[in-house]
Ligand binder design. Sequence first.
Ligand code: NAP
Length: 252
Amino acid sequence: MADFQLAGRVAMVTGASRGIGRGIALELARAGAAVAVTARNLADLNDTVREIEAAGSRALQVTLEVRDRSSIRAAVPAVEERLGPIDVLVNNAGVQRLRLALDMAEEDWDCVLDVNLNGLFFCCQEVGRRMVDRRRGKIINVSSAAGLIASPERVAYASSKAAVLMLTRVLALEWAAYGVTVNAVAPTFVETELGALTLDRPGAREAIVSRIPLGRLATVEDVAAAVRYLASPAANFVTGTTIGVDGGLVLR
Ligand SMILES: NC(=O)c1ccc[n+]([C@@H]2O[C@H](COP(=O)([O-])OP(=O)(O)OC[C@H]3O[C@@H](n4cnc5c(N)ncnc54)[C@H](OP(=O)(O)O)[C@@H]3O)[C@@H](O)[C@H]2O)c1
């Protein structure tokens, strides 16, 4: 029988203060995992922690600025000291700066690449090193349909998300021999603060939904369900793959 449970496991979710990361943290808790939730400001994680505890699981809030390597190096051992070895890492923290390529300032480009790609990689490295030593672990990277389909004003964001898909494949290949799986999810638009940058523009929501074959936006729960699957024993033989959570958007 397929096993989607995570009882006795420890998960760490970056960018869990709101939006998709918060939903993922809650879903992993519902599956039975103890969950370390991270964001830049500890107090912003209070609501997520309350939800996890209400679901009957253990939660730990930890400060993590993914652009800062020393912050990553401090957060990971802090999680393991308090909750135990990390079985599941979800790299969800991400930012968007909508700019046409000719208007993209260096600081915006650097910010998007630093958070979405560099920060994600160094979280993978810090946790992956420990997982490789222990010969087990699952890493799930939150990419985007924007990493597969070109669209204007997303030169930094789309490039970072496309890079995450290849990073996922390379790490999957390097770490398969150590029993560590690395996969990605690639959602289409979700109603979050980040999604609102696009969806709140006049006419944008309707135009986007009209291009999605299943006829609606993705929800936080849609993304969290795909992550739960990849984090669970049911996905033990799945590595290097990307699950599109996009209602068929990339099929056209
Ligand atoms: N919403 C969409 O339409 C959509 C679609 C496809 C993919 N995604 C991806 O899904 C992920 C979550 O997006 P969301 O829509 O939930 O966005 P969101 O609501 O804006 O939340 C972003 C999260 O990332 C964290 N974060 C941002 N910068 C950070 C940094 N430098 N260090 C640590 N944490 C940082 C934020 O935490 P603090 O600010 O509290 O530190 C927050 O928890 C992102 O990777 C995004 O690219 C989103």
